[in-house]
Design a protein around this ligand. Structure first.
Ligand code: OAD
Length: 242
């Protein structure tokens, strides 16, 4: 592992712009469950019954309660050493971008400057009728209503919905401008987000994966670390500071 870290450090020494593309795995060490795998959320609950607009309209209280429950878990969690290592990277490179599929806001809470949240943020909510945003909502079991009477939903991209345009544009530019792209803690099976990995490959970017297991994109990588991101990322950053 030491040798792999050293080789990676040698590549990173000449890099100027870096992108970190992250998924639920990076927050696992903060105590937030991932979606897939043996302990994953979607093993116990059906995504289509909770994470779609149809599901929300069918049973708004159930969907609201589920997101309130997750919001409570996330609020108690704090950024881990992987989130912090990415913040440290800003001192080492001229530009650091973070494209994340996570809705937990931990990259922003850790202090990263350029974070593009492709799937929204669980802290934000908006009225489905008049689109007014609500950041502080109670963790009630019943879905709250806007002053206009519309239901308030979490600002999360559900299955079948479009990703936010501004984030898509910023992410595309980030990958385009980068010398190295890290792919961290994602099963890379949810699209269009996973497309950024293929885009990076097509553009000839240097790709580094950090994941506790092999994924369907491991074969695209220039380097693969099969380890926890909270263990490896700080070591990589440390090797660059020497
Ligand atoms: P997944 O749950 O699909 O994948 C998590 C990945 O993290 C797996 O490949 C694990 O092996 C890996 N992993 C677990 N612990 C790790 C650790 N400590 N260090 C490094 N890797 C670790 O999560 P995502 O790929 O993020 O969508 O899922 C993508 C989307 O599917 C999510 O954004 C969510 C979900 O439906 C929305 O909420 C819209």
């Amino acid at each position: 592992m030491k040798d792999l870290i050293q080789k990676t450090a040698n590549v990173l020494k000449t890099a100027k712009v870096i992108t970190f593309f992250t998924g639920a795995g990076i927050s696992a060490e903060s105590g937030i469950p991932t979606f897939r795998g043996d302990d994953g959320i979607w093993k116990k609950l059906k995504a289509e019954e909770l994470a779609s607009f149809d599901a929300f309209m069918r049973n708004p209280d159930l969907v609201w309660e589920w997101y309130s429950y997750r919001r409570q878990i996330i609020n108690k969690c704090i950024p881990n050493s992987a989130h912090k290592a990415i913040v440290e990277a800003e001192k080492l490179f001229s530009k650091v971008h973070v494209i994340t599929q996570n809705v937990d806001g931990l990259h922003i809470r850790a202090g990263s400057s350029n974070v593009y949240e492709l799937h929204g943020n669980i802290e934000r909510n908006y009225c489905i009728k008049c689109k007014t945003f609500y950041n502080d909502v109670s963790d009630s079991v019943k879905v709250p209503k806007c002053t206009c009477g519309g239901l308030i939903r979490p600002d999360i991209v559900w299955f079948g919905e479009m990703l936010p345009e501004k984030e898509l544009e910023a992410s595309e530019k980030a990958v385009y401008d980068s010398d190295v792209v890290f792919v961290i803690g994602t099963s890379a099976v949810v699209y269009p987000a996973a497309n950024y990995i293929y885009m990076a490959k097509r553009l000839g970017k240097y790709l580094i994966e950090i994941n506790v297991e092999q994924t369907s994109v491991s074969n695209l990588m220039d380097k693969v670390f099969t380890e926890k991101s909270g263990v490896i990322l700080p070591q990589i950053m440390k090797s660059l500071q020497r």
